[in-house]
Structures are given as structure tokens and as C-alpha cells.
Design a protein around this ligand. Structure first.
Ligand code: SAH
Ligand code: SF4
Ligand code: F3S
Length: 456
């Protein structure tokens, strides 16, 4: 899948010859990976990475639709790019990703920002090079929202890191949680062939990658759609990757509680390369709300999973996603979400205000809450979680962890930051360059969001 684009022979007839590009990504890891594929396709067409927006010949925004906020950010940015587009003849602006795949959003963008050259949805991604060529000749903007997913195998990738890699294992989602736009913009589940994933992981390890994050909207449902004879589940995939000779840490996200099998929990406990961290979105603590969300599990089942994980995977860190203000959520429902925090003891929770998404079932529900009400609940939820995060982080004082160093602090060149296997962020001082290396650090200070330590 990977291709060393820098080694491609220079061809003056390539559409990007002598031109440069810039990508800006909104949204989740799936989008971050897709941006690496767009970069791969652009570099294969002769483009090279630009230093900044000022000298780019092509700017690509890879967008997210999960809430209204990321959609508003894209509109805000396009508003600012309007001037650049007027000033610079030949500047190409592309909108890609989940917002581009939402037909009414794409039409709205085309109307408000008629200077856009190309709007390319998630399904048309493999056709991007041809579309780009066509966009140069057609009336603006060219819109492509293919109805069907096209194969993504064999597309070039330019990875943004030389030591951490994304590795998609399943695309799309079949769950249709009632609030969620993702299945509408990413299509149905398509598992990638088992052998291909294993081979790609092997080749990443061989090229020196020290961390591989397996990606999917719901990685736990991996394999159910593979051809007979090739059927496998996610636990089997983890086992195969754990057996590879290399030493890369293996992470994965996101896991859906309804598909988290005992086999998978057992594999997490046993796998040497599988990191002791699980992101397991709970969304809410009230069974009535979970049912309205179409999450297919109860609070009791969720807490049962948390208990099993803590027992079978020693030292595991748990993180979650929680939403406040789902239609009809009462104070009593919300209290159950607060109580879930105390019972599950998450290391960290990503907390969101419910945002109605056009075309989803929940957006049509009555009893939508006011923004003030939702925001007040969010503040209470976040402050309760902050206390728990700080308490759990303080319990790590004096312990030593292996960190994969991610880079140097922008503000202080002597400070580096890295992640433990449990995905905790740790800052520490060092004189020599350590980015991309594994180091041992003892925790000396604990905060809500991060830890500080010293090399041992
Ligand atoms: N596939 C993953 C993540 C999907 S989006 C999963 O199933 O967990 C990431 C998070 O965004 C979700 O877990 C949810 O908490 C939040 N989210 C999704 N739709 C939302 C909406 N309409 N409003 C607010 N938050 C939303
Ligand atoms: Fe959205 Fe639910 Fe699918 Fe996650 S599992 S992407 S929340 S529909
Ligand atoms: Fe956003 Fe699309 Fe991911 S909607 S969260 S970028 S799948």
C-alpha cells in the first residue's frame, strides 16, 4: 500500500509537476489517515508539500460532520481562504471528507463558496486524481458524491510520522446510532482482507514503525463480512499481529461495547504488543437514553465489561466518549451518567454536547434540550471527570513507564512529550533529540490532563 513517492521519476507532464500542496484535517483518525492517502495521491501526481498556505498551489480541507462545530470551522476557514483565492490565480481549493459526502452540506458549500474547485466525498476518494484533472477543465465547483464505495486497496500513502502509523482494518459503520451521521457519510462496514493487514503491519515494523493503531468506526466487528473461508474476528487479527517478529506497540480504536467479546478481552490480557488501553465509548449512563440512542447495550452490560477488562488486563487505562443533552434526557438520566463515571473510573472522558445532525433519527425527535441546559450539564460532567482523572494520575507518582517520545515542546526546546502504553501524555526534560525513541521515565508530578516525569 505504501509507496515511496519521493522516488518516483520526475515527469513534467504530471498535473502537479512544480506545484505544492497543503492539507488541513478536521475530525477523527479515519480522516487523518485519509489525508495521508490524499497526500500520497498528490505526491504521485508530482505535487510536493508546501511550507504554508501562502505558497501552496493546492489547499485540501478534509472535513468532519460529526457535530455542527467542525462543520462551522470549515465554513470559517473557507471564508478566510476566499481572499487568498482572489489574490492568487491558479490556486486550487478542494473540500473532501465527511461534510463533502453529506449532499445538503456539499450543495450549501458550493453555493456559499462558488470559488471552490472540487468537492469530493469520502466514497469518491480513490477517483481523486482523475477528478482533480477534470476540475481544472470544468465549471466550478465539481462535486462528486459517489453513491457506492469504491475499493481503496493499493492507493499510495504518505505518512505524516516515521514512527507512528494508522492502519485501517474496517471502513464504514452498520450501527446507526440514532444521533450519528457517520454511517450516512462513511457507508456500510467493509473489512479489509486479513492477510493484507498482517502484511502491511509487518512491512511497517520492518520500516521501523514503533506504534501501529488499527482503525475502524467499530473495530470489534472486524471480519464478519469477509468471504467464507476467510472469516476471522478482531481477536484473531490481534493475535496474528502480536505474533509478528517486530516490536511495535499495537493500539486500536474505536471499540463498540456491544461487540467487545470475551475472546478480545482475553487477547488484550495475553498479547505482549497490545497496549493496556481501551477507548470504549459509553455515551450515556441511563438505559432509557441508551435505548433511544440505539446503542444495543445496557449500563449493567457496560459496567460488566469494565469489570472484566480491569480484571483481565492489569494496569489497563480506560477512556470513553460521553454525550449530554440527547433528546428527552432528564436530570435523573444525567445523574446516571454522572454515577457511571464514579463506577467505571475512566482515566479520561471525551465529553460532547449532543448536536442534531440532519437526516439522523434523533434530529427528528421531540424534546430537544436548550443549549444552556446542555452546556450546564457538560460543565458538571467535565468537572466530575476531572477529579477522577487527577486522582488516577496521582496514583501513578513514583512509577516508571516506557514512553514512545512524540516530539519536542514548541514552547520549550528542552522539554519532550511522549505516551505510555496506557496512552498517558508525559512531559520530561532531555538534552538530546529523542523523538521517535522509546525511553523510561519516572512520574514525578501528576495533573488532570498529563503527567511530568524524569528519565531513569
Ligand atoms: N465510531 C466511534 C466514534 C464515532 S464519533 C464510536 O462508535 O464510538 C466520536 C464520538 O462523537 C462518539 O462516540 C460520540 O460520543 C460523539 N458524537 C457522535 N455523534 C454526535 C452528535 N450528533 N452530537 C454530539 N456528539 C456526537
Ligand atoms: Fe456512529 Fe454509532 Fe457507528 Fe460509532 S457505532 S460511528 S457512534 S453509528
Ligand atoms: Fe468526523 Fe467523519 Fe470521523 S464525520 S468523526 S471525520 S468519520
Amino acid at each position: 500500500m505504501e509507496q515511496a513517492c519521493a522516488d518516483l521519476p520526475f515527469r513534467a507532464d504530471l498535473i502537479g509537476a512544480g506545484k505544492s500542496y497543503l492539507t488541513i484535517t478536521f475530525g477523527c483518525q479515519a480522516n487523518e489517515f485519509d489525508t495521508e492517502v490524499f497526500a500520497g495521491m498528490l505526491e504521485s501526481a508530482g505535487y510536493r508539500r508546501a511550507a504554508g498556505p501562502g505558497d501552496a498551489d493546492l489547499i485540501l480541507l478534509n472535513t468532519c460532520s460529526v457535530r455542527q462545530k467542525p462543520e462551522d470551522k470549515v465554513a470559517g476557514m473557507l471564508g478566510r481562504l476566499r481572499k487568498l483565492k482572489e489574490e492568487r490565480e491558479g490556486l486550487t481549493i478542494v473540500v473532501a471528507g465527511c461534510m463533502a459526502q453529506r449532499p445538503s452540506a456539499a450543495a450549501d458549500l458550493a453555493r456559499r463558496f462558488p470559488f471552490l474547485d472540487l468537492i469530493v466525498g469520502t466514497h469518491a476518494l480513490p477517483r481523486f486524481p482523475q477528478l482533480l484533472e477534470q476540475a481544472g477543465r470544468s465549471r466550478r465547483p465539481l462535486i462528486d458524491i459517489a453513491a457506492e464505495n469504491e475499493g481503496r486497496e493499493g492507493l499510495p500513502v504518505v505518512r505524516s510520522s516515521s514512527f507512528k502509523a494508522w492502519l485501517p482494518v474496517i471502513h464504514g459503520c452498520n450501527n446507526f446510532c440514532s444521533y450519528c451521521i457517520v454511517p450516512h457519510v462513511r457507508g456500510r462496514e467493509r473489512s479489509r482482507p486479513f492477510a493484507e493487514i498482517v502484511e502491511e503491519a509487518r512491512s511497517l515494523e520492518e520500516s521501523g514503525y514503533l506504534e501501529i493503531t488499527l482503525l475502524g468506526q467499530n473495530v470489534n466487528s472486524y471480519g464478519h463480512d469477509l468471504a467464507e473461508g476467510e472469516r476471522a474476528d478482531f481477536a484473531a487479527l490481534l493475535e496474528a499481529l502480536d505474533r509478528l517478529e517486530g516490536k511495535a506497540r499495537i493500539r486500536f480504536m474505536t471499540s463498540h461495547p456491544k461487540d467487545l467479546s470475551p475472546r478480545l478481552i482475553e487477547m488484550m490480557g495475553r498479547g505482549k504488543k497490545i497496549c493496556e488501553h481501551l477507548h470504549l465509548p459509553a455515551q450515556a449512563g441511563s438505559n432509557r437514553i441508551l435505548e433511544g440512542m440505539n446503542r444495543s447495550y445496557t449500563r449493567e452490560r457496560y459496567l460488566g465489561l469494565v469489570g472484566a477488562l480491569k480484571k483481565e488486563v492489569p494496569g489497563i487505562a480506560l477512556t470513553t466518549d460521553l454525550m449530554v443533552g440527547f433528546p428527552g434526557e432528564t436530570e435523573a438520566d444525567f445523574q446516571e451518567t454522572l454515577a457511571l463515571l464514579d463506577e467505571a473510573e475512566f482515566d479520561h472522558a471525551y465529553t460532547f454536547i449532543y448536536s442534531p445532525r440532519p437526516g439522523t433519527r434523533a434530529a427528528e425527535m421531540e424534546e430537544q434540550l436548550s443549549f444552556a441546559e446542555k452546556n450546564e450539564r457538560l460543565q458538571r460532567l467535565a468537572s466530575r471527570q476531572n477529579e477522577i482523572s487527577l486522582r488516577l494520575n496521582r496514583a501513578l507518582l513514583g512509577q516508571t513507564f516506557e514512553l514512545l517520545v512524540e516530539g519536542r515542546s514548541k514552547n520549550n526546546p528542552e522539554m519532550f512529550s511522549g505516551r505510555t502504553r496506557t496512552n498517558k501524555l508525559v512531559h520530561f526534560a532531555a538534552a538530546e533529540e529523542l523523538s521517535g525513541k522509546l525511553v523510561a521515565v519516572e512520574i514525578t508530578e501528576a495533573f488532570t490532563w498529563y503527567l511530568a516525569g524524569e528519565r531513569v
